[in-house]
Design a protein around this ligand. Structure first.
Ligand code: MN
Length: 211
């Protein structure tokens, strides 16, 4: 299952050549691997970026690293849509670690929830299985990402696959959303994401709930 074609590792930030290449993109798929689910406690370990031609770059982030100028410039570039699966988490990580607000955003999990109302399975694995017909190996999901300069091939391969299908998923989900007349609602949801990120980073929980 290991497919490391069109894959590279850039320590700490993109190199200039890859940055310039990604800067020309309309869309980039992005994912992160971290030590856990709480940005203030669990540091960012790896960022994966993939363009429409399928070039995946894995960027190990050193402990204590607070800047990645090329990467963050792409995250803030208004001309490039950043595609995440569950953007709320990755965008919070970027805001906490690098102090940048990522936008514009497309979240395949929100898109799936709005388009695929016939199922409650909105995880990346289920989505890739149904829309791409590919079985994702998620066995490295809960592994130790902290040893950033010495990640295993299995971990890197897993990390690359987490971004490899997002651009194609977005196209298929946009088609479904268009058909169901929910595309505009999806975009309005994406525009709310910075608010949810701020609430999450300030430890507010469920403030839209009645209770
Ligand atoms: Mn991932």
């Amino acid at each position: 299952m290991t497919n490391l074609d069109d894959f590279q590792v850039c320590e700490g930030d993109l190199d200039e050549e890859t940055f310039k290449r990604y800067q020309q993109a309309d869309v980039l798929a992005v994912d992160t691997e971290t030590m856990g689910l709480i940005p203030q406690r669990d540091r960012l370990c790896l960022v994966q970026v993939c363009d429409a031609q399928g070039l995946v770059t894995a960027i190990p982030i050193a402990k204590g690293q607070t800047t990645a100028p090329y990467l963050t410039q792409l995250m803030e570039d208004q001309k490039i849509v950043k595609i995440f699966h569950y953007a709320r988490f990755d965008v919070a990580q970027f805001q906490h670690t690098f102090g940048v607000l990522t936008q514009p955003i497309f979240c395949t999990k929100i898109a799936s929830k709005l388009a695929r109302t016939y199922t409650s399975s909105h995880g990346l694995k289920a989505l890739v299985q149904e829309l791409e017909g590919i079985e994702l190996d998620k066995s490295s999901q809960s592994s130790d990402w902290g040893n950033v300069s010495n990640l295993s091939l299995e971990q890197l391969s897993y990390a690359a696959n987490d971004v490899r299908y997002l651009i194609s998923l977005r196209e298929k989900l946009m088609e479904m959303l268009g058909r169901e007349e929910r595309l505009e609602l999806a975009y309005r949801c994406f525009q709310c994401l910075p608010v949810f990120v701020d609430l999450d980073l300030s430890h507010f929980k469920d403030i839209f709930q009645h209770k």
